[in-house]
Design a binder for this molecule. Structure first.
Ligand SMILES: [Zn+2]
Length: 356
């Protein structure tokens, strides 16, 4: 990944939720979440229902800005906004491209908002609309995958149809897998579908012999934050990349957290193990090799970086175009984006207060 001692390719976040960039400061849930299910129900599934196309746009711009500020030029995004599905992926792509950030996005298909949801029922209208958004975006030339939220919120028909769409469109599927107790068993329904170009996010509760093909993306901080357990990523035969699960796109910070958690698990481990995950990210988004980041630190080496915080990009070039010079953006008005994102966040929070 290194070009020179103080230069790398653009960093890649292998699992992000740009829609959550406005979440900081959101209204507290009515009660303290006590489980993974509570965290989803009381926090994230309320936030995503409150999103409209305007808040999606500013959330994506803020997320893209914060990615660039940490030297991340490529984002693999997973999106969900059940009350603003149609057109959402194009808005995210355009918002990122406006800042020069490369993005691969998808709509996380789900049946979960149906009152009588069960896995053996017919595909719901919600899932059909999500599927169509993936299809529309890909057919129009958008860079993406087919998204599935997770097996435990999808009917069998939805999983079958989504997997077939990915085959038809010649892309992989980007899906949460065995993140927490709610998905401890349901992920097995993906075994018959998963292929090498799939992105399998989390894998915390996967057994060693899970037989799922694809790249596993490890999200150490998110897993700790949700109390779902340690994925022990070194046990997998699959390639393993590194994501943030929507908590920014600071990949050097995620690397440090991932390393600290790995050492807690096995004190004989090396920073190179987690650094290799960033190399896997590079293979997931190879265009990052056309981007150059010059850093404020002289030794972009895992043994240095594991113990050095506060490193920032000084110069960024994306596809040969200078984006940042001497620590300053050239054409991006970061204050304007932050102000507009702040207004959008107020609107989003008011909408969340109206939702039951
Ligand atoms: Zn996620």
């Amino acid at each position: 990944m290194d070009l020179n001692a103080n230069q790398t390719f653009g960093l890649v976040c292998a699992h992000h939720h740009l829609y959550s960039s406005l979440a900081r400061g959101m209204p507290s849930p009515d009660k303290i979440p006590k489980s993974f299910g509570d965290i989803l129900n009381l926090v994230w599934w309320k936030l995503d229902r409150a999103l409209d196309l305007e808040t999606i746009e500013w959330s994506a711009k803020l997320g893209a800005l914060e990615a660039l500020e940490r030297g991340t030029t490529c984002i693999i995004d997973h999106h969900e906004s059940p009350n603003a599905i149609e057109g959402s992926l194009s808005i995210i792509q355009n918002a990122c491209h406006e800042l020069g950030v490369r993005v691969n996005t998808c709509y996380g298909i789900t049946d979960r908002n149906s009152n009588d949801f069960s896995t053996n029922m017919a595909m719901t209208e919600e899932a059909r609309r999500g599927l169509e958004e993936n299809r529309r975006f890909l057919q129009e030339g958008g860079e993406g995958m087919v998204g599935i939220h997770a097996a435990f919120t999808c009917t069998d028909e939805t999983l079958n149809t989504a997997a077939q769409l990915a085959v038809d469109m010649d892309v992989g599927v980007h899906v949460h897998v065995a993140e927490g107790d709610l998905d401890a068993i349901s992920w097995k329904r993906l075994q018959q579908h998963a292929a090498d170009d799939w992105i399998l996010v989390h894998g915390v509760l996967l057994p060693d012999n899970h037989q799922l093909r694809g790249t596993i993306v490890h999200n150490p901080r998110s897993n700790m934050n949700n109390g779902v357990g340690y994925a022990k990523p070194t046990r997998f035969e699959n390639l393993v990349g590194l994501g943030t699960d929507g908590i920014g796109a600071d990949m050097l910070e995620e690397f440090r957290i991932g390393y600290a958690r790995l050492r807690e698990f096995n004190v004989e481990e090396s920073p190179e193990t987690v650094w290799n995950m960033l190399d896997v990210n590079t293979s997931l988004f190879p265009e990052c090799r056309k981007d150059k980041v010059t850093w404020s630190y002289e030794e972009m080496d895992p043994w240095h970086l594991a113990f050095t915080s506060g490193i920032r990009p000084v110069d960024i070039e994306i596809d040969g175009k200078p984006i940042m010079k001497s620590g300053e953006f050239l054409d991006i008005d970061s204050a304007e984006i932050r102000a507009k994102a702040g207004e959008a966040a107020d609107k989003l929070f008011n909408k969340m207060k109206e939702l039951v």
